[in-house]
Design a protein around this ligand. Structure first.
Ligand SMILES: Cc1ncc(COP(=O)(O)O)c(C=O)c1O
Length: 385
C-alpha cells in the first residue's frame, strides 16, 4: 500500500514532479542514451537537439536575451561557485546579505580566509527585508560584486532585486542574483531585473530532476571558466573554446536531467506561472494564518508589506524544532525541514540562531486539505506536549 505523506519540503527540492518529467528522463536513458554534441550519429544529434531545445525553453521562460546566455550546471551551488570564482580577482570587495545560503557564504568565506577578497554582509531586518540604503553605503571603490538571494529560503521574503540591480549598474558593479527559491514559483524576468549573472536550480520550482542547475551570464560579462575540458567543439585546440555555452560547459552533461527539466518548464508554461504563484501563495497565507492562531507557536514572516514565496517558518515554545519535525513525520507523515536550512545568518536576522525553525515549504502539487491537516497536527502537538 502506498504510504500517505504530506510533502512540505519543496524549498529543498520539489516533489512530486509532473508525470512527463519522469517519463522524459526514463525515455532518454532507455531509448536515447547518446552523448550530446560529441558524435555524428543520429542519437548524438537527437541528444544535442534535446539540450538545445531545453536551453531555448529556459532562456525564453527566464527572459534571457539569447539561449547561449544560459549555461547548464549541476545545481544552484555549482552556478554560484562558477559565477563567484569566475569573476572575482584578488583585491576585490563583495557585498552580500544576511539572507544568503551557504552556497554563497562558503565560497565567499574561503576566498576571504585565503586573503583574496574582502566581504561586507548587510543585515536584513527581522522580516527578512533589506534596506537598499545600507547596501549603497557599503559600496567602496574596490567593490566588484553584489550577491543577493531573490527570496529567503527560511521565511520567504522577496528582496528588492530590481532596485539592487539598478544600483549595481549605476555604480558599475556586477550583480549576481541567486534565484534558487523563486524561479518557477513567482514571475521572474531577467530583462526586468537585469542581473549580470543569475544562479538557478532545476530541481526546485522548475520541477526538474536533481543534478541540473542553470547559470545566466549576460552577454559581455567577463568570466573565467571554473572547469575546462571536452566540449565536442574545437577539439584540435588545448584551450577552452571561447564561444558560449561551450566556454563554461566542459564535460558530459546530465542529459536525462535536462530532458526532465525541459518537461518541467513545459509544465510551468502550460499551467501558467501566475496560477502557480496564486495557488502557492493562497496555501502559504492559510498556513501562516492558521499557525499564528495556535498558542505557543511563533511564525516568522515577511509581514504584509513585502511579497514572499511559499516558505513558512515557525517555532513552538518549549519544544525543540528538530524534535517537532521528527514527531510531525512519525505521527502525521508530514515531511518538512528543521534547523538552520544552510542559512545561519538569516536565522540571526530573525532571532532564531542557533536553534533554528521548523520550515514548511509548499509547492504547486500541495492541496488545501494538506494545509488543514498540518494545522490540526501542530494544534494537537501544541496542546499535548
Ligand atoms: C537561496 C538558495 N540558494 C542556493 C541553494 C542551493 O541550491 P542547490 O541545492 O540546487 O545547489 C538553495 C537551496 O536550498 C537556496 O535555498
Amino acid at each position: 500500500m502506498e504510504e500517505k505523506i504530506i510533502y512540505f519540503d519543496n524549498a529543498a527540492t520539489s516533489w512530486p514532479k509532473p508525470e512527463h518529467v519522469y517519463k522524459a528522463a526514463e525515455n532518454y536513458l532507455r531509448n536515447g542514451g547518446a552523448n550530446p554534441g560529441r558524435s555524428g550519429h543520429t542519437r548524438s544529434i537527437h541528444a544535442d537537439r534535446l539540450v538545445f531545445e531545453t536551453r531555448e525553453r529556459a532562456a525564453s521562460f527566464l527572459g534571457a536575451g539569447q539561449p547561449e546566455e544560459i549555461i547548464f550546471t549541476l545545481n544552484a551551488t555549482d552556478s554560484l561557485n562558477m559565477a563567484i570564482k569566475g569573476v572575482l580577482v584578488p583585491g576585490d570587495h563583495v557585498i552580500c546579505t544576511s539572507l544568503e545560503h551557504n552556497s554563497v557564504l562558503r565560497p565567499l568565506g574561503s576566498l576571504s580566509r585565503n586573503g583574496l577578497i574582502t566581504t561586507t554582509m548587510i543585515s536584513c531586518d527581522s522580516s527578512g527585508y533589506l534596506d537598499t540604503e545600507d547596501l549603497e553605503r557599503a559600496i567602496r571603490p574596490d567593490t566588484k560584486l553584489i550577491v543577493c538571494t531573490h527570496a529567503s529560503n527560511i521565511i520567504g521574503t522577496v528582496l528588492p532585486v530590481e532596485e539592487i540591480s539598478s544600483l549595481a549598474w549605476k555604480k558599475g558593479i556586477l550583480f549576481l542574483l541567486d534565484a534558487a527559491q523563486t524561479a518557477g514559483s513567482i514571475p521572474l524576468n531577467l530583462q526586468e531585473i537585469k542581473p549580470h549573472l543569475a544562479a538557478f536550480t532545476g530541481h526546485k520550482g522548475l520541477l526538474g530532476p536533481p543534478g541540473v542547475g542553470l547559470l545566466y551570464v549576460r552577454k559581455g560579462v567577463n568570466i573565467k571558466p571554473w572547469r575546462e575540458g571536452g566540449t565536442g567543439s574545437r577539439s584540435e585546440e588545448d584551450r577552452q573554446p571561447e564561444m558560449m555555452p561551450d566556454y563554461l560547459e566542459a564535460g558530459t552533461m546530465n542529459t536525462p536531467g535536462l530532458a526532465g527539466l525541459n518537461e518541467g518548464l513545459k509544465f510551468i508554461e502550460k499551467t501558467g506561472i501566475s496560477l502557480i504563484t496564486e495557488h502557492e501563495s493562497y496555501l502559504a497565507r492559510k498556513l501562516r494564518q492558521g499557525l499564528k492562531e495556535i498558542g505557543r507557536v511563533k511564525v516568522f514572516n515577511a509581514g504584509t508589506e513585502h511579497q514572499s514565496v511559499a516558505v513558512v517558518s515557525f517555532v513552538m515554545e518549549g519544544m525543540d524544532s528538530g524534535e517537532l519535525g521528527y514527531i510531525l513525520e512519525q505521527a502525521y507523515g508530514i515531511l518538512c525541514r528543521t534547523g538552520l536550512h544552510c542559512a545561519p545568518h538569516a536565522h540571526r536576522s530573525i532571532g532564531t540562531f542557533p536553534q533554528g525553525t521548523v520550515r514548511f515549504s509548499l509547492g504547486y502539487f500541495n492541496q488545501e486539505e494538506e494545509v488543514e491537516q498540518a494545522l490540526e497536527a501542530v494544534k494537537e502537538l501544541a496542546s499535548r506536549f
